[in-house]
Design a protein around this ligand. Sequence first.
Ligand SMILES: NC(=O)c1ccc[n+]([C@@H]2O[C@H](COP(=O)([O-])OP(=O)(O)OC[C@H]3O[C@@H](n4cnc5c(N)ncnc54)[C@H](OP(=O)(O)O)[C@@H]3O)[C@@H](O)[C@H]2O)c1
Length: 412
Amino acid sequence: MKRDFDVIVWGATGFTGRLVARYLCEQYGFGSIRWAIAGRSGDRLRQVREQLASLDARASDLPILVADSADRELLRAMAQRTQVVLTTVGPYAKYGAPLVEVCAEEGTDYVDLCGEPQFIRRMVDAHHETVRQKRGRIVHCCGFDSIPSDIGVFVLQRAAQETFGQPLPNVTLYVERTRGGVSGGTLASMMHVLDEARDPQVRRLLADPYALCPQNGVRGPDGGDQQSVRWDPDRQVWTAPFVMAAINTRVVRRSNALLDYAWGRDFSYREVTALPGGLSGWLKARQLQFGLAAFTALAWPRWTRSLMQATILPKPGEGPSEQDRENGFFRLRLAGRGTDRRLDVICRGKRDPGYGATSRMLAESALCLACDRDRLPDRYGVLTPASGLGEPLIDRLAQADVTFDVESRPSA
Ligand SMILES: NC(=O)c1ccc[n+]([C@@H]2O[C@H](COP(=O)([O-])OP(=O)(O)OC[C@H]3O[C@@H](n4cnc5c(N)ncnc54)[C@H](OP(=O)(O)O)[C@@H]3O)[C@@H](O)[C@H]2O)c1
């Protein structure tokens, strides 16, 4: 495929898009990969280019493409010029569908940061077959949701196969430590999901643990996500709900289906936040549970939401400071269990999960599609990180300071 660019970053004027462009500029420069920035405003894109040029003078020649989500023909022209479109234009359910459609039609690969299950379901239903026939790859969820979960399970099951000759039927992801903030764009996407959830059909889809699996596929043993505080006898910790479980668990289950149930037809997966045993851990778990419930309750009525947006919440374009991003981190444990076998994988990330680490994971996912084609799985359609990128992404993530280590502990 001979096209002008390897990667176009669409949404390069937004909070996360700017971080992606900066990472590409600092990490890869302008020789080894051919890339461009895109967005809806030429003026704002030129400002971004000037900021990049203060880091590397060669950025002053960085190509700019202007395309609004409402202009399908401009989007098509953009998709025709590149191997991969990387998009941070969200909420995806509001602005994202036309781009996925033109990428599907033009056989252009695509990555995003979507955490909106109802949008991904629509894209699967509308485009999976077309993309498969064109041997293209549309890969959603290439940020903190859902790469650590999806690639973490991939690494764990690969190690289980090597160690035990079979996958582990139960995996739990424990969020052990994390520090980071949230952007206005992420909150706008969360609010958009809540707005769509006023429709009972969307509400049912969001509650379905197998919402992203093939319609006629196997349904495993999983129920809904954990909503309360529970004691975990295996890890001896209190567990509380994890807000990203609503998307990550669906992505992991879709991966299993697309990998032809390599992790088992009765594979079970859940995600929780882990807090220390003892009273203080229990209190923290309760605080987290009530905090999440209170946020949803306040974001649901429009007037309380407007009040929060006008006063305490960041606006679109805003997010955690550079210092907060650099001081951020995450540590997740994926615990695989069978009746007489156990194996853990620890996923560690430098920088805050949502932006510092996410912008790198997204950029590396796009480069994986553009530059590692001969190592990618022979699989096409609307995919997940594990099913669409798999092995070559793991090496790239290590360069971006996101690592997966199998904990060497003998099986029980
Ligand atoms: N999965 C994860 O781990 C993760 C992490 C971070 C973010 N996200 C998601 O990523 C998305 C972006 O977040 P953010 O904080 O970067 O948001 P943001 O700062 O609000 O950026 C949004 C971008 O979309 C552009 N845009 C808005 N409407 C458009 C339109 N009609 N046509 C073309 N471009 C348009 C904006 O352009 P202007 O600058 O011209 O307004 C801006 O470049 C959100 O959906 C968020 O939920 C996910």
